[in-house]
Ligand binder design. Structure first.
Ligand code: BTN
Length: 329
């Protein structure tokens, strides 16, 4: 979508028509430029109604990212994070990794309306449709080396769960975590976390924490995703605002990252485990080479490793190229 389309989407309402002539005059472009830009938005899947002499109206309500609302909702956390809203980017993680190499400060957060090359864990593509996802990355700098940050990705998943609960998804039984950091609701994926880092073995380390939360999910999107997935809109009749949810996740993240920095994952392990949907369950552990083993989930270690038993023997699994499938006993 061309940049003008993003600006126009902020102007349009679901409640009333907005005149094309007014938009053309406000943005100092021709009426056909307005029509072309809104054509881009239609191509991105956004329903826009148009009527001669009346103008344009959104077919459905659409909440665009709004830096003022985000900052206001951050409260005291606004001093710890600097949020930049991007209309479109290849991947907020890739863009932030680049800025991290250039010396960007801890606390920089990039949030995008759309990603053209969103990335997931284990080389997967992260699909998103316009306005249906919350996609952002936060840069956090640690003195420690990456080897000592083992439980970090679990802490991030916990921050997302806390924020979803605080934002109204209070049906505690439905939302939970699947090791290492998937956020699950009703056995389907609701949000994912991609953590990337750069630095020396002994530290310091710059960590880019990428989070994607499914807010709405059209049938077209569901068909593109190759695993069971769900969305916030499917879990509540009153979905939280994307802007407020982003602020809520950042607030929880900063709180938990402070605890993690001083006391490590051990301080959060109990709370994490209470949210783990596979706790005590029989699972199949699938390794990168395609092999697998049946196991029972026991606990998580202070380093974030999953501890399972296989034929009565404990096995420590570190996140990476491993995935878990629940099996029926
Ligand atoms: C997963 O596979 O579960 C992780 C998905 C992470 C997706 C988010 S969206 C924002 C950030 N930018 C990316 O390219 N990926 C992460």
């Amino acid at each position: 979508m061309r940049p003008l389309a993003f600006s126009l989407l902020r102007e349009l309402s679901h409640a009333h028509f907005t005149s094309g002539a007014m938009l053309a005059s406000k943005y100092a472009v021709s009426r056909s430029a307005i029509s072309d830009a809104l054509g881009d938005a239609r191509e991105a899947g956004i329903g826009i109604l148009s009527l001669t002499r009346k103008g344009y109206r959104l077919a459905l309500p659409l909440e665009m990212l709004d830096i003022e609302r985000i900052r206001a909702a951050l409260g005291a956390t606004a001093k710890r994070v600097d949020v930049l809203v991007l209309p479109t980017v290849d991947s907020t993680n890739s863009a932030l990794m680049e800025r991290a190499s250039g010396g960007a400060p801890s606390g920089l957060c990039l949030v995008a309306e759309s990603q053209t090359a969103g990335r997931g864990r284990r080389g997967r593509v992260w699909h998103s449709a316009f306005g249906e996802s919350l996609m952002f990355s936060l840069l956090w700098r640690f003195d420690k080396g990456a080897a000592e940050l083992g439980g970090l990705s679990l802490v991030v998943g916990l921050a997302v769960v806390r924020a979803l609960r605080a934002s109204g998804l209070t049906d505690a039984g439905r939302v939970g975590l699947k090791w290492p950091n998937d956020v699950i609701a009703d056995n389907a994926k609701l949000a994912g976390v991609l953590i990337e880092s750069q630095g020396e073995m002994a530290g310091p380390t710059a960590v880019v924490i990428g989070i994607g939360i499914n807010i709405g999910q059209s049938a077209a999107m569901t068909a593109r995703i190759d695993q069971p997935s769900t969305a916030v809109a499917a879990l509540t009749s009153m979905p939280p605002s994307r802007n407020l949810l982003l602020a809520a996740v950042l607030r929880e993240l900063v709180t938990l990252l402070d605890i993690f920095r001083t006391r490590g994952f051990a301080a959060l392990k109990g709370e994490w485990q209470a949210q783990h949907v596979l706790h005590g369950k029989p699972v199949r552990v699938l390794f990168a080479d395609g092999s697998g083993v049946d196991a029972t989930v026991k606990t998580v270690g202070d380093d974030g490793a999953l501890i399972v038993t296989v034929n009565g023997r404990a096995l420590h699994i570190v996140a990476g190229e491993v995935s878990l499938r629940q099996i029926t006993p």
